[in-house]
Each structure stands twice: as C-alpha cells, then as structure tokens.
Design a protein around this ligand. Structure first.
Ligand code: FE
Length: 236
C-alpha cells in the first residue's frame, strides 16, 4: 500500500488555542473544517496527549487562527513542536483575546474564529471537538492561507508525531558510514529539537550517511520542521 495516498487529501494549517484557569496554550493543526453553515460550526481533531486538548475540555472554548502561506518556521516550530506543559507559548508572540477570553494568535495569521464547544467524540488517539463559531475576524484580505501541501512540498515540513496525519517513517537507512562518522559532531534543531546525526545523514534529502553537518549544502532544511541550517546548534 502506498502511503502517498493520504497526501492526496488536502488541508490548511491552523493554530488552535484556548485558555483555562489562566493557563493559555495552542498547537498547530491541519484538521479544522467547517461542518455546517446554519449555525456555523467547525470541527477540529486534537490528540489526547496535547496539553491543549485537556484545556479545551476544561474551558469548553477554542479559537482557530488561519496561518498565512509565508508563516515562519519559528512560529510553526513554537506551536507545533514544543509542549505547553514546558513553556508559555504566548509569552513572545502577539495575540488578542476574544469575547470569551480565549487567546487568538494574530502573528502571521490571516483570519480567526472563536468557538464554543458544543460536542465532542472520542476517536481513539484523538478527540474530535465540534464548536459553534461565536465570533470571527479577517486580518489580511489579500494574503494566501498556508496549505498542508505547500508546507510539505515547499517548506519541506513534516507532521509531528501527535498529528492525525502523521505517518510512521520507514525504518532508517542503515548507516554505511565510515568508521569515524560516529565521532562527528551531532547538531540539534532549535525549532523542533530534531537531531542531525552524521552517521545517519539525511538520505531523504540526498545527504549520505557519514556527511558532517558542516558539509551539508546551505539550503538544506530540517527534515522535521523545515527550519534552515542556521537554526541548528552543536548538540552538547
Ligand atoms: Fe526542526
């Protein structure tokens, strides 16, 4: 079976946010879609392990911010690859509060919706939340929204493990590295924490096992989040 089949389904990319008992959090989602027009309702699918999932169940509220096509890997990395259990994601980015007090990300977003939870369904690893739209706003009329296809094909981003669309990668290519490649310096992505190991290289991007980080072309991008080479630091 060809798992490429799943990439023929099309999606946008959004930041889903909420707050409960003074704690704000948000995550990057591709599964947000309008289910009815009258009343206007949307559905989102949220991994049970996501901190936001618990906060939405507590607060009964969430917002959807529509990412613009040129959204930065820093913003996507902050909301998509880091856990709100460890950091306050809203500390360093601009946002507004909706009618209900939920945070709405405005940085690099073109539109937003504020929703009241009216139903939910346990679907195993995820919970599908249905919300009624109680307020919405347009931030940029002319900018294009970021689609999942653009994120994958142009930004070279991949889905984090908690995403509904995550597909387990094939077994890594066995390193045919020279015997000393295990002594080469490993580098870590500051955006998503992915570790580049010279012994494994990045065969999907044409980087052979045994390639030192310094020898990777400058336009290479993190295979997980799409961050640039300059966003990596030596792993200590
Ligand atoms: Fe990364």
């Amino acid at each position: 079976m060809n798992t490429e089949t799943f990439f023929k389904l099309t999606y946008g990319l959004y930041i889903i946010s909420t707050s409960s008992h003074g704690k704000m959090n948000g995550y990057v989602a591709n599964t947000a879609f309008q289910v009815t027009a009258e009343p206007p309702q949307v559905a989102i699918s949220c991994n049970k392990d996501n901190f936001t999932s618990h906060l939405i169940e507590e607060s009964g509220l969430f917002s959807i911010s529509v990412l613009e096509e040129q959204a930065s890997s820093e913003l996507i990395g902050l909301f998509g690859y880091k856990s709100g259990k460890d950091i306050n994601k809203f500390e360093s980015i601009p946002y507004v509060k909706g009618k209900t007090g939920v945070p709405i990300v405005t940085k690099e977003c073109i539109a937003w919706f504020e929703c009241k939870l009216i139903n939910q369904m346990d679907v195993g690893s995820h919970i599908v939340f249905i919300g009624e739209i109680i307020d919405f706003g347009l931030l940029h009329e002319t900018k294009e929204p970021l689609t999942y296809a653009y994120y994958r094909n142009v930004k070279k981003g991949k889905a984090p493990k908690n995403a509904p669309t995550y597909i387990k990668p094939e077994e890594p290519v066995v390193a045919s590295a020279k015997s000393d490649s295990s002594r080469l310096q490993k580098y870590q992505c500051l955006v998503c924490d992915h570790i580049y190991d010279p012994a494994e290289g990045d065969p999907d991007s044409g980087i052979l096992p045994g390639t030192a980080f310094e020898d990777i072309p400058d336009d290479w991008m993190c295979p997980v989040c799409g961050a640039g080479k300059e966003d990596f630091e030596p792993l200590r």
